[in-house]
Design a protein around this ligand. Structure first.
Ligand code: XMP
Length: 512
């Protein structure tokens, strides 16, 4: 799928780069993040409607600071420089950047010229997030000032004729009031976009492209029941129907009833050619006696590949392997050093043994929220589309110590109660991940007049946007009380429930 309109985001290493790309897309314009040193030829080839320079930690006077060539401003393509991007534009075009004695940080009142096409529709002052030490002391020739703060004389500037704009503040973050409107203004008032990036056309175009690409050849997909692989599978199914085979390896470490639900949705609702492999015994036997978390992960990863391989071989030659890779997995870092690669659903990474010609990654250009919108467009049930993340190794890393059938049953029941009560309380959308953990700890309790010596279940619930950091969720006591009381009453062999009140860092979200 290719949208006709493109905004290129040149990544100078700022922490909000992906957010800028998402904001542009929220305004219905397709955007791509590219390394700052992309060549002029490449830019011309891509033919963007506009270019955005991101912020970044460097100073334009730094020896190794990322730079750009002057020619980029002579292409006739509108450019918006944000923070470091504005300073770089200034420096490259002959203005002056200076170092302030102290850093300006936080939501700050910015006085603006709302006659500018960039700031149209704003009041004369508006709160935007400032986060900088360097600032533009003198705008380049041909530019005029369109914004300032108490400590920053040039918080925004424009060269109307050449359609070059710079802002010292960050419109992409939530603490900038109506910040997205600045981006919207850039896209529509300055780049003259029409807004052709909508999920319904993504679905339509993708199906068409996949049909053309795959024709009547065969494709194979490892379906985990997670959002990404589910959306990829349904999209492929719409394009090539029964020529798609999905293999769902049920390692027996899924949540209560999950395996059956996945099978039901994909077989019954979408009539997908799905092979479910019930491999619980095989996985549990390999895991028998294993307590080390890393060993558990490794065994599950390897076993997953083995099972998948065996099934794939039965199918014979496949031409395409479908992967649910999404955009944040493939974005290259602006400083060109590292790229983020995640091997999520296929726990062990890419199955390199399957005899296929090509990989198909239909969601490669989408952010997670766009994958979800696509899922809804395709008619995938909401509870699956908004499913919380679930680790590839499943409940194995939520059972501390050895994994046994009995422990699995205990955890499935306790976890199911916790999730049910969170949903009953309407908290399932605000808590990003929540689950039960079966600790390896037994303690003394009393039930009726009987002494018990049973397991302790821990509850974990976190609020996070990126899952890299997070805070423990302040679930109301009454709800915790209900959950605790239900678990000890309804789940055999549990006599104690504790709540994990550690944020990440220093703890991780999962216990193993
Ligand atoms: P941690 O425990 O590292 O988890 O704070 C961060 C997020 O990643 C998920 N997670 C995994 N996902 N395979 C996955 O697909 C894994 O091996 C894995 N380990 C952790 C975890 O659930 C959380 O959302």
């Amino acid at each position: 799928m290719k949208s006709k309109e493109l905004i290129l985001i040149l990544d100078f290493g700022g922490q909000y780069n992906q957010l800028i790309a998402r904001r542009v897309r929220e305004c219905n314009v397709y955007s791509e993040v590219v390394p700052y040193d992309i060549t002029i030829e490449k830019i011309k080839q891509k033919n963007p409607k506009g270019i955005i320079f991101t912020g970044g930690p460097a100073s334009v006077y730094g020896e190794n600071s990322p730079k750009c060539v002057k020619e980029i401003f002579e292409l006739g393509i509108p450019v918006l420089g944000i923070c470091y991007g504005m300073q770089l534009m200034t420096h490259t075009l002959g203005g002056k950047v200076a170092r302030a004695t102290k850093r300006e940080y936080g939501a700050t009142q910015v006085s603006i010229d709302n006659n500018s096409a960039l700031l149209e529709g704003f009041e004369k002052t508006n709160k935007f997030l400032m986060s900088h030490t360097d600032f533009v002391e003198k705008v380049p020739e041909g530019f005029t000032n369109i914004g300032f703060t108490n400590s920053c004389p040039n918080a925004a500037m424009e060269n109307k004729e050449k359609k070059l704009y710079g802002i010292q503040f960050h419109p992409e973050v939530n603490s900038s009031i109506n910040g997205t409107k600045v981006i919207h203004n850039f896209l529509y008032n300055i780049c003259e976009c029409s807004g052709d990036w909508v999920m319904s056309s993504f679905v339509e175009d993708s199906i068409k492209t996949l049909k053309e690409k795959i024709g009547d050849k065969k494709a194979l997909c490892a379906l985990s029941g997670g959002v990404d692989s589910s959306v990829a599978a349904v999209l492929l199914n719409k394009a090539i129907g029964q020529n798609l085979t999905c293999i769902f390896v049920d390692h027996g470490l899924l949540r209560k009833n999950e395996g059956d639900e996945v099978e039901k949705i994909f077989k019954e609702q979408f009539n997908i050619n799905l092979i479910r492999v019930n491999a619980k015994e095989q996985f549990l036997s390999k895991l028998s006696g294993v307590t080390d978390p890393e060993k558990k992960r490794k065994i599950i990863g390897e076993e997953f590949i083995r099972v998948f391989e065996k099934e794939a071989k039965k199918i014979g030659q496949v031409d395409f392997l479908v992967q649910g890779t999404i955009y944040p997995d493939v974005i290259e870092s602006g400083l060109g050093k590292s790229s983020v690669i995640k091997s999520h659903h296929n726990v062990g990474g890419l199955p390199d043994y399957v005899d296929f010609k090509e990989i198909v990654e239909p969601l490669r250009s989408l952010f997670k929220d766009e994958v979800r919108k696509t899922g809804l467009e395709l008619g995938i049930p909401e509870n699956l589309v908004f499913r919380q993340p679930f680790p590839g190794p499943g409940l194995a890393i939520r059972i501390i110590g050895e994994i046994t059938d009995e422990k699995l049953d205990i955890l499935k029941e306790a976890d199911s109660i916790f999730r049910e009560e969170i949903a009953n309380a309407g908290l399932h959308k605000s808590i990003n991940q929540y689950f039960a953990v079966l600790t390896n700890l037994k303690s003394v309790g009393v039930m009726g007049d009987e002494r018990t010596y049973d397991y302790t279940v821990a509850l974990r619930a976190v609020e996070t946007t990126d899952f890299m950091t997070g805070v423990w969720s302040k679930i109301p006591y009454e709800i915790l009380e209900t959950v605790s009381s239900r678990i000890v009453n309804e789940v055999k062999f549990v006599n104690r429930v504790v709540y994990d009140i550690t944020s990440k860092p220093p703890a991780t979200i999962e216990w193993e």
